[in-house]
Design a protein around this ligand. Structure first.
Ligand SMILES: NC(=O)c1ccc[n+]([C@@H]2O[C@H](COP(=O)([O-])OP(=O)(O)OC[C@H]3O[C@@H](n4cnc5c(N)ncnc54)[C@H](O)[C@@H]3O)[C@@H](O)[C@H]2O)c1
Length: 326
């Protein structure tokens, strides 16, 4: 199998790459389980050098909006593409033209390149709960209409529709999933508006003070990196007919208030000297967050074996184990 991860130098792209190396084999679009021979990380920036130590991994630095580069990266021997490249939420809101150019035009180029590979291939697309907007039920479920209220959300919804329509035409086996906010994100924050949902755990656990821009009782639908990487692999491996129509899945996001996050950090910190958390409400961010799903439940995802996180403590413990050495 030759696998391409678009956005492969990002937070989830690099984690997915490591997981695929452990996985060693995947099921191709014809239903055969084959060893992973090559993983190509395509991104506008280079991945961590350590990742390239494995001989199966290579990388190409390029722009998703450049159709010729995408076609060259995929060639005629790619079996599966994971599409994680995006201008993320606050970035797409701040720069309307860039957001549509990369998140829609770039996704279309990628779909076209997969279509022209010349043999059956799979495409797994990372969508987002930003696909929901307006007056939302609590929790959001499979029945909730996806009516985005941000440019990023509209671009993700458009990406889902593209992937579904190319799949319907039989151009490739396309699948999308709506990710909750992934927490805890290690390292530096990116331009996602939801960054504080990771910062509220990451900064204190690394001895840094943190100002949370929303009220302590504000709830968000969260999922740990471990669970979302499991979901990428599971969605790729799922027999096509089990996914049904549309080929878009809502992932289960755990309801977590920022107060619960702060308390779970204190409970699980061990001997670490914690940074302090202050709640300093930014009315603009509070308004945005109040409009997001607070919890997501999907009977379809559960029936297909997709799992959310058991508790807020489990999310914090996973970060400490995976990123802080236990
Ligand atoms: N992390 C989350 O909480 C979350 C939640 C919902 C959806 N998602 C989606 O999951 C995917 C991965 O998220 P992430 O947290 O790893 O984000 P990330 O920002 O760490 O990674 C995205 C990658 O896309 C790359 N990229 C951006 N524009 C590009 C371009 N023009 N050409 C090539 N590469 C480009 C970036 O360089 C980056 O490495 C994204 O599509 C994001 O929208 C993430």
């Amino acid at each position: 199998m030759k696998i391409v991860i678009a956005g492969g130098a990002g937070f989830l792209g690099q984690k997915l790459c490591r997981r695929l190396l452990d996985e060693a084999a995947l099921t191709d679009a014809a239903g055969s389980c084959r060893p992973i021979a090559r993983i190509v990380l395509f991104d506008q920036v280079a991945p961590a050098p350590a990742l390239l130590a494995d001989g199966r991994i290579s990388h190409v630095v390029g722009d998703l909006a450049d159709a010729a580069t995408i076609a060259r990266v995929l060639g005629d021997d790619t079996d599966s593409v994971f599409h994680l490249a995006a201008v993320v939420s606050a970035g797409a809101e701040a720069d309307f033209d860039l957001g549509w150019h990369i998140n829609l035009d770039g996704t279309r180029h990628l779909c076209e390149a997969v279509r022209t590979i010349g043999r059956p291939a799979k495409l797994v697309f990372a969508s987002s709960l930003a696909a929901y907007g307006g007056q939302l039920p609590d929790p959001v479920t499979d029945e909730t209409p996806a009516t985005p209220e941000t440019s990023y959300g509209a671009q993700k919804r458009a990406g889902e529709l593209l992937v579904a329509d190319y799949a319907r035409k039989g151009f490739f086996d396309g699948r999308s999933m709506r990710l909750p906010t992934i927490s805890v994100r290690p390292g530096k924050p990116n331009k996602a508006a939801s960054g504080f949902a990771s910062g509220i755990a990451r900064e204190p656990l690394n001895g840094i003070d943190m100002a949370c821009p929303v009220r302590p009782e504000s709830c968000m639908a969260l999922m740990s990196p471990r669970r979302v990487i499991d979901a990428f692999v599971r969605l790729h491996e799922l027999p096509r007919d089990r996914l049904g129509w549309p080929p878009t899945l809502l992932l289960p996001g755990l309801r977590a208030s920022m107060r619960e996050m702060a308390e779970a950090v204190s409970r699980n910190a061990g001997n670490r000297k914690l940074g302090r958390i202050r709640f300093e409400v930014d009315p603009m961010i509070q308004r945005i967050v109040d409009g997001w799903p607070k919890e997501t439940r999907s009977a379809k995802a559960t029936a297909l074996g997709f799992q959310g996180d058991a508790s807020v403590d489990a999310i914090i413990k996973a970060y400490i184990a995976d990123e802080l050495g236990g």
